[in-house]
Design a protein around this ligand. Structure first.
Ligand code: PGA
Length: 253
């Protein structure tokens, strides 16, 4: 990990009722410590953000949204602006999650506009990238990652990478119980870091955290974090229960 602080992020997706959501935040908050040696954040459904961030207040737990729109305001029915997220206590946001890209058909170039807007509005973005099974089978993983990184980071300055996190999430590993092998994850993470090095310079490459996502569980978190260039995890299903999420955030205990 080379001095990069491990970052464990929970992506609740469209799950949990309000009372379970608040209970889970209380439990996580109680187990966090001072947050000096790891960063932990929850990406909650937008309608819960105000309540969830009120509970998290006073702790190092980060609270983020799962999506937003890159325009500041206007006739965008159903959408939420970066400023609205800030107003309800979010300090970060996921961008380009594979479910946004594939189910909701978000175009590649939106991720670049969203990363720019997030940085301008003081939200910490996690840009998600990752290949589908057919792309991996056709040997197109690197080409796909390059295209997503080119689009997502097209308008970012090297010094801004301090505030940007990348999540590598192979689509075939999300919610399937299938995890990338250490070799597959290692190769993809090294490729992403090399891309940052080439486009944004050695310093940006050194400090940018690259998370792995896709069926992360208590029994595989240690192995994943031992892989060079893996600086943390974006956790879906296992972030919904204390029994599975607490051991992940306490991966070294
Ligand atoms: P999963 O989801 O951990 O349930 O595979 C990961 C994600 O989509 O971020």
């Amino acid at each position: 990990m080379d001095g990069r602080k491990p970052y464990i992020a929970g992506n609740w997706k469209m799950n949990l009722d309000r009372s379970h959501a608040l209970d889970l935040i209380k439990t996580i908050k109680g187990r966090l410590g001072d947050g000096n040696d790891r960063e932990v954040a929850i990406f909650a459904p937008s309608v819960y953000l105000a309540d969830v961030s009120a509970v998290a207040q006073g702790s190092p737990l980060g609270i983020g949204a799962q999506n937003f729109h890159f325009e500041s305001e206007g006739a965008y029915t159903g959408e939420t602006s970066a400023n609205m997220l800030r107003e309800v206590g979010a300090d970060r946001v996921l961008i380009g999650h594979s479910e946004r890209r594939h189910i909701f058909r978000e175009p590649n170039d939106w991720s670049g506009r969203k990363v720019r807007k997030a940085l301008d509005e003081a939200l910490l973005p996690i840009l998600c990238v990752g290949e589908k099974l057919e792309e991996r089978q056709a040997n197109r993983t690197e080409r796909l990652l390059r295209r997503q990184l080119d689009a997502g980071l097209c308008d970012v300055q090297p010094e801004e990478m301090r505030r940007v996190t990348i999540a590598y999430e192979p689509v075939w590993a999300i919610g399937t119980g299938e995890v990338a092998t250490p070799e597959q994850a290692g190769e993809a993470h090294a490729f992403i870091r090399k891309w940052i090095h080439n486009k944004l310079g050695p310093e940006a490459a050194e400090l940018t955290r690259i998370l792995y996502g896709g069926s992360v569980k208590p029994d595989n978190i240690r192995g994943l974090l031992a892989i060079e260039d893996v600086d943390g995890a974006l956790v879906g299903g296992a972030s919904l229960k204390p029994d599975s999420f607490i051991p992940i955030i306490e991966f070294d205990q």
